[in-house]
Design a protein around this ligand. Structure first.
Ligand code: DHB
Length: 289
């Protein structure tokens, strides 16, 4: 397989983890890094300070219907620890910092902290976290989304960055998002999509499947593939950015579909959570074969 470029990252294999899965602790990151079948590693979305996250159960998987619901609430060891891991590790494959600012002040602080760090190459800025109660998703509010991007671009200067976007369900809105993105040269790639927000289901006992946020959480797994593909296709055709496809991949054929819609690389979320790190070998074999 030919290497692919995602912004300033060069991947010899176009498959890696979705932020949030198997990437919270340094030991998990090491496992992803040493796995022969990952082309990159992205960290758990990080905040200024470490967080415990929401009460458990905060992740649910319906094996019969093959979907997940999560509301983890950003458990993470704090951005500086991930920066430290990347500085210690980065050698043979890209190690990508994911940043999830909880406020404009956090954004400024986080961006300033990594702006001059040459080990932090094109981080994935997550403006689509759906699970913090009382905080709307930045990427669903276009004027605020624009302001965040302006601040990132100003403070980063020439440094590139990626954006993790939520699914959009309205073409006029996604066109407006594309206009904002297209106006910023240093936004180098887009990851489509984060989980589908506000999903809800009940267990057999008719209680919510997860505890936090009254049971509402982000939907992942096989059933979101058509939503992911529609977003990948639209952003690939309406921007000149590199597209990382994420969502609904459970087999090699799904990866081919993401690529056919315009993705240059893909991330694996729910399938990795359910099957563990050996999932990458199966997916690579199915994709190449
Ligand atoms: C969490 C979930 C997300 O979908 C995300 O983008 C960031 C954080 C979480 O609940 O931890």
């Amino acid at each position: 397989m030919e290497p692919v470029t995602i912004g300033r990252h060069v991947l010899t294999l176009p498959i890696y983890n979705a932020s949030g899965v198997h990437c919270t602790e340094k030991g998990q990151l090491d496992e992803l890094y040493h796995c022969k079948y990952t082309g990159a590693v992205v960290t758990k979305s990080s905040t200024v300070y470490a967080r415990e996250g929401n009460p458990k159960p905060r992740y649910y998987f319906d094996a019969h219907r093959s979907y997940s619901i999560n509301s983890s609430g950003l458990p993470n060891i704090g951005m500086n620890k991930y920066v430290e891991w990347i500085c210690e590790t980065r050698r043979i494959k890209p190690c990508i910092l994911s940043v999830a600012p909880l406020s404009l002040d956090d954004l400024k602080h986080q961006i300033t902290a990594v702006a001059d760090n040459v080990a932090i190459i094109d981080p994935e800025i997550n403006l689509s976290c759906p699970n913090i109660v009382g905080r709307p998703q930045v990427a669903y509010d276009i004027p605020i989304f624009e302001e965040y991007n302006r601040i990132i671009a100003e403070r980063f200067g020439e440094k590139g960055y990626g954006l993790k976007l939520p699914p959009y369900f309205d073409t006029t809105i996604s066109d407006n998002v594309c206009d904002v993105i297209n106006a910023i040269n240093t936004n180098s790639y887009i990851t489509c999509i984060n989980s589908v927000p506000n999903a809800f289901d009940l267990c057999d006992e008719l209680v919510p499947t997860i505890a936090p946020n009254s049971g509402f959480g982000g939907l992942g797994g096989r059933c979101i593939l058509p939503i992911a593909l529609s977003n990948v296709r639209r952003f690939a055709s309406s921007t000149k950015k590199d597209i990382v496809g994420c969502g609904g991949i459970t087999q090699g054929g799904d990866i081919k579909k993401h690529f056919a819609c315009g993705a240059k690389a893909v991330q694996i979320g729910t399938s990795l959570y359910e099957n563990g790190i050996n999932d990458f070998r199966r997916l690579c074999d199915e994709f190449v074969g």
